[in-house]
Design a protein around this ligand. Structure first.
Ligand code: PLP
Length: 249
């Protein structure tokens, strides 16, 4: 959809649902734009028309346990989320179907979610089912590059810029699962997730704990606070990311 149409639809949805915005610090009005193919067609091919929908829902923390409770992740060794040359880099509903079975199995074992590795070599981190991954080693933060198999998350981009502005060296580079297991910290990012510290990574029989149990790790906490203070206008926004919706008071 054209940018102005998209923005108008989002603004209209926010205005119509302003009463449902949770109080400061209690959650957010989550917006989910969706584009659906529609029209009288049965054959395989692009739809003749499309419907743009914007859902709004008042939400709390994405992972159970609360926003800054570190999550336990398990590295998936058999299944992949996306393959090179496929469509893993698009925000398409179909990209979630391969993750559902593995995610459910992980949740049954007490993990919050699954870390996927690259489909070619099973060596490099890709991302989690619905969020991007960052690995911290002292003042350097690494995140897998956008090579078509991971989602180019807007939160990923914001966190890269925010961390650079705060003096971190941020590298978009292939990150091995070995490097993640040996790093100081790991965290995930996404619109719904915001920024979530990873408390542990499990690969095979090996478990790596990050920081003290139940406590957010320091760089994740710093960047979470910086991002949410900017989003809620408790800190200035030098990037121009905040967009006011007129008439949504
Ligand atoms: C939505 C999503 C993300 C996060 O993207 P944002 O634009 O930051 O919300 C990351 N990975 C996957 C697979 C996703 O579906």
């Amino acid at each position: 959809p054209p940018a102005d149409l998209f923005l108008a639809a989002v603004e209209e949805t926010v205005r119509a649902n302003a009463a449902f915005v949770p109080p400061m610090g209690k959650g957010a009005l989550y917006l989910r734009p969706l584009l659906l193919g529609s029209g009288p067609i049965l054959g395989l091919g692009p739809a003749p028309s499309y419907t743009l929908v914007v859902y709004a829902a008042a939400v709390g923390a994405y992972f159970k346990g609360g926003q800054l409770t570190p999550i336990d992740l398990i590295v998936e060794s058999r299944f992949h989320r996306a393959a090179p040359g496929g469509m893993g880099g698009t925000k398409a509903a179909g990209n979630y179907s391969p993750v559902l079975v593995t995610q459910l199995a992980a949740k049954k074992e007490g993990y919050a979610d699954v870390v996927y590795l690259d489909a070619k070599t099973d060596t490099f981190l890709e991302e989690v089912s619905s969020c991007n991954l960052f690995v911290v080693s002292s003042r350097t933060i690494s995140t897998p590059p956008l090579a078509g198999t991971i989602l180019p998350g807007v939160t990923r981009r914001s966190v890269i810029e925010l961390a650079r502005a705060r003096g971190y060296e941020v590298r978009e580079e292939p990150v091995t699962v070995d490097a993640a297991m040996a790093a100081d910290e790991v965290f995930t990012t996404g619109t719904a997730v915001v920024l979530s510290p990873v408390g542990s990574l499990t690969r095979g029989g090996e478990r790596r704990q990050f920081g003290a149990a139940g406590e957010p790790t320091p760089v994740a906490l710093e960047l979470y606070q910086a991002l949410t203070e900017l989003q809620t206008e408790r800190a200035p926004d030098p990037f121009g990311w905040v967009h006011a919706v007129e008439g949504a008071e």
